[in-house]
Write a protein that binds this ligand. Structure first.
Ligand code: CP
Ligand code: NVA
Length: 302
């Protein structure tokens, strides 16, 4: 089994991962950090782009489950000199038990998975970030108790994180509203797939319309990795798409504030909102560790 897109998971699988993540979180808080379920297993991490949370949480997750991890930068591998993804996938499949890849193009991860004979995990592409959604769902459930009836408002770029969250919302029965500027909407293919499975997805250019009465307010950077050439244009286009005190006032009083991080203060979020009582951003980042442990166990446990 692979996790290339959030749609690879059924509702039962997704909810099962969240529940297992919650259990692992409780266990760790009680001081039970180390176990040996993945003893003898090796996970390779391949990064074509930078990462803090994804890299460290996967490394720590494998260590705490008794397994090994090898972290590799694209350019240090022969991939950086033009060796094809498909041969790399076949070779690594004979050495390690699973691979996580963070790549620019989504089809790079798809190609890797097509030629690998081991589980492949998408660690972020231009289209999706499903591992982030696992932690996001765990965070939302922690505060809202259920998924049904929860309204999630996304404000900003309809990017990879947004796309996976739309899928996650549709699978778990949450309402999703996305406010993004013209030309920066989430991927059509994702929205259509979510709607086809009964997901409620509202796409608007109006941030207040999305945030009105919402239970969750979520944003991400205006300039994603790979979009740096467009920085100036994006700073102009996204000006009105900021999680600030005025926008927070429009949502429910107990609305939680979410962000996948890294944050760019003064761009997509204000310092005040980041530090506000309703902000769960650091817990959300912590949940990456627990949710990914649950995922690794599902993919690798004997
Ligand atoms: N949210 C997230 O994936 O962060 P990193 O880019 O630091 O891994
Ligand atoms: N949308 C951001 C998410 C970073 C975790 C990016 O792709 O850079």
């Amino acid at each position: 089994m692979n996790l290339i897109t959030i749609f690879d998971l059924t509702r039962a699988e997704l909810e099962g991962l969240v529940e297992r993540g919650e259990k692992l979180k409780r266990k760790r808080k009680e001081g039970l950090k180390a176990s040996n379920e993945l003893e003898g297993k090796t996970l390779a991490l391949i990064f074509e782009k930078p990462s803090t949370r994804t890299r460290v949480s996967f490394e720590v997750a494998m260590h705490e489950l008794g397994g090994n991890v090898i972290s590799l930068n694209w350019n240090e591998l022969q991939l950086g000199r033009g060796e094809r993804v498909r041969e790399t996938a076949r070779v690594l499949s004979s050495y390690v038990d699973a691979v996580m890849i963070r790549a620019y193009r989504h089809d790079t991860v798809e190609e890797f998975a097509n030629y690998a004979s081991i589980p492949v995990i998408n660690g972020l592409t231009d289209l999706e970030h499903p591992c982030q959604t696992l932690a996001d769902l765990m965070t939302i459930k922690g505060y809202k108790k259920n998924f049904a009836g929860v309204t999630v408002a996304w404000v900003g770029d309809g990017n990879n994180v947004c796309n996976s969250l739309i899928g996650g919302a549709a699978i778990t029965g949450m309402n999703m509203r996305v406010a993004s500027p013209d030309g920066y909407e989430p991927a059509k293919v994702v929205v259509e797939r979510a709607k086809k499975m009964g997901g409620e997805v509202l796409i608007t250019e109006n941030a207040e319309e999305a945030a009105l009465g919402a239970d969750v307010l979520y944003t991400d950077v205006w300039v994603s990795m790979g979009d740096e050439k467009e920085r100036e244009k994006r700073e102009r286009v996204f000006k009105k798409y900021q999680l600030n005190e005025d926008l927070v006032r429009v949502a429910k009083e107990d609305a939680i504030i979410m962000h996948c991080m890294p944050v760019h203060i003064g761009e997509e979020i204000t310092e005040g909102v980041l530090k506000s009582e309703n902000s769960v951003i650091f817990e959300q980042a912590e949940n990456r560790l627990h949710a990914q442990k649950a995922l690794l166990l599902k993919l690798l446990e004997k």
